[in-house]
Design a protein around this ligand. Structure first.
Ligand code: HEC
Length: 164
């Protein structure tokens, strides 16, 4: 018994030390600057209702306007969050919308509807701590109605893609 206790005690010490050590490896969470002219909201005909849903349920991982929660200060949670945000932004960033060519914009709009209809997005791991991001059937319908219309009216080049 004494031996087991000793092993347990030292295991706890090791875990505690690893946890403390992990805090020194905290990823950078500065958001990239947002050029309003390049955003999705500036380059689409987005209704306020759709904007509200995307803001509530997607923008933390799909834009440069991530609201980092307090636990993003704590490793190892910080590593998971940073990864999700980087992955999410790489796949689709509302803040970099005007850098996408027409085909890509159409594809991403199409994917947005598919991902919410299949329940893949917003990511399940996000929901317990962001209950307001959960989508209702009405929210999903809003997104899909809008993405379908928007897909039809994507111009070859956006104003923000023209000059500079
Ligand atoms: C917690 C972070 C997070 C949230 C919130 C989130 N996503 Fe994602 N999203 C990701 C990650 C990570 C990926 C890439 C990996 C994957 O596909 O699972 C992704 C992938 C996608 C893709 C796939 C892009 C492609 O071309 O394959 C689409 C579209 C998408 N998300 C739309 C949305 C929409 C719409 C919402 C809001 C209703 C949303 N996401 C909410 C993290 C998130």
């Amino acid at each position: 018994m004494g031996r087991v206790k000793k092993v347990l005690k030292w295991s706890l010490v090791v875990v505690a030390l690893l946890f403390v050590g992990a805090q020194f490896y905290r990823p950078d969470r500065t958001n990239p600057p947002v050029d309003e002219r390049k955003t999705m909201r500036a380059n689409t005909q987005m209704t306020p209702e759709v904007a509200a849903v995307l803001q509530r349920s997607c923008k933390d991982c799909h834009s440069s306007e991530t609201a980092w929660p307090w636990y993003s200060n704590v490793s190892p949670a910080s590593w998971f969050l940073k990864n999700h945000v980087e992955d999410g932004r790489r796949q689709l960033s509302f803040s970099e919308w005007a850098t996408y060519p027409k085909r890509k914009r159409e594809r991403k709009l199409h994917e947005m509807c598919e991902q919410v209809e299949s329940g893949e997005m917003p990511l399940k791991t996000y929901l317990p701590l962001h209950p307001s991001a959960k989508l209702s059937d009405e929210d999903r319908r809003l997104i899909c109605d809008w993405t379908k219309q928007e897909e039809e009216r994507q111009p070859e080049t956006l104003p923000a893609q023209g000059g500079d």
